[in-house]
Design a protein around this ligand. Structure first.
Ligand code: ACO
Length: 325
């Protein structure tokens, strides 16, 4: 029976010009290139320039995704921006992106699920498109995490970077079978009992300040592989596919060890992992679309490929999306 699918028409990405190496960090805090590489796999990260905002990064990513989709900005009637580092507390940064792109119709809003933000935004857009309410969506992940890091805390400041990525989704009536293009399945989870494991120690209604990122790294690590593996199994269930059928595993890029541990747990060969954490570090909601963009630009990601995306982040929140490119 035919059904509406959210087909990915194109992707884009943007990384700020400035690159910060592990050696640069070793001049700021008591750390070393060796420690960071061994524990995380990270070598470099990009850092936004003074005055460069999350909206600027989002707009640059969106423009590239629109161009590759051969669409005008005015074809878009839904913008969802996944971010934890908005330009301001309000209005939503998505409306700045909407205005910058010259769009005056439809809806634009931000989504807050920290590192899982892109997966949450993708699943949300998919449901809006499938319901028939909107036709073409820009789903963006953009972050300036450098602005909420405590640059004196070696346990966190070495892990994150800035950047953005975007995809354009279009509602298309397809056959309703697993070989269709587009988003085939998604699952989202949250468990607020763990909200103090990874958080920002400020906010408008608590301290009246922006605050800094705080994390119990080991605790996050401990839950990551189990939670992610479970949600992947649930996402694949019912699609008729197994991990073997997946062409590319495009995970949230938190830490090389989490990525490899998850792939092992679900029985996915390591050659199928799209890994960008080495050069981008953890860009939170931007990391999956940036990884998609990397695999698209280097020619790995081809039309018809089955792509498995997953993320876990503060909250905890976690989820997975299976899509055919
Ligand atoms: N350089 C040198 N030493 C450091 C650094 C650093 N940058 N950071 C911490 N250390 C020290 C600690 O002080 C500690 O020293 P001690 O033994 O003298 O007390 C030692 O290294 C070990 O610290 P741990 O925190 O136990 O190190 P661990 O092996 O757990 O690695 C890490 C830390 C990399 C943060 C790891 O826990 C991790 O990756 N956790 C997942 C967190 C994550 O990825 N969060 C991202 C957001 S959530 C998500 O996206 C999934």
């Amino acid at each position: 029976m035919s059904m509406i699918r959210s087909v990915i028409r194109g992707c884009g990405g943007y990384l700020p010009e400035r690159i910060m190496t592990n050696d640069d960090l070793a001049e700021m805090v008591d750390t070393s290139d060796d420690w960071i590489i061994e524990r995380t796999g990270i070598r470099t990260r990009h850092i936004a320039a003074d005055g460069e905002l999350t909206s600027d990064i989002g707009v640059a990513s969106a423009r590239q995704a629109l161009e590759r989709s051969e669409m005008d900005a005015t074809d878009i009637d839904l913008i969802i921006l996944a971010t934890s580092t908005p330009d301001q507390t309000f209005p939503a940064t998505a409306v700045s992106i909407q205005a910058e792109l010259g769009i005056t119709h439809g809806a634009a809003f931000d989504m807050q699920a920290v590192c899982s933000g892109f997966v949450f935004a993708l699943a949300t857009a998919d449901n809006f498109l499938k319901s028939g309410q909107y036709q073409r969506a820009l789903v963006i992940g953009a972050e300036t995490f450098s602005r909420i890091l405590d640059w004196e805390d070696r346990g966190t400041c070495v892990l994150f970077g800035d950047g953005g990525g975007a995809v354009v989704l279009e509602a298309q009536k397809l056959n309703g079978v697993a070989t269709d293009r587009g988003i085939l399945a998604s699952q989202l989870r949250s468990d607020g009992r763990y909200r103090d494991k990874l958080f920002v120690d400020g906010g408008p209604s608590s301290t009246g300040t922006v605050g800094h990122l705080r994390m119990h790294g080991r605790e996050v690590f401990r839950h990551a592989v189990t939670n992610i593996s479970e949600v992947i199994v649930d996402t694949l269930k019912g699609t008729g596919y197994t991990a073997d059928d997946v062409d590319w595993f495009v995970p949230h890029q938190a830490n090389r060890r989490i990525l490899e541990g998850t792939a092992r747990r679900i029985g996915l060969s390591s050659e199928k992992i799209v890994m960008t954490v080495e050069n981008h570090a953890n860009t939170s909601a931007a990391s999956i679309p940036l990884a998609l963009n990397t695999a698209f630009e280097d020619g790995r990601l081809q039309d018809g490929h089955l792509v498995l995306m997953e993320a876990m982040g503060g909250g905890f929140t976690w989820g997975a999306v299976l899509a055919r490119w």
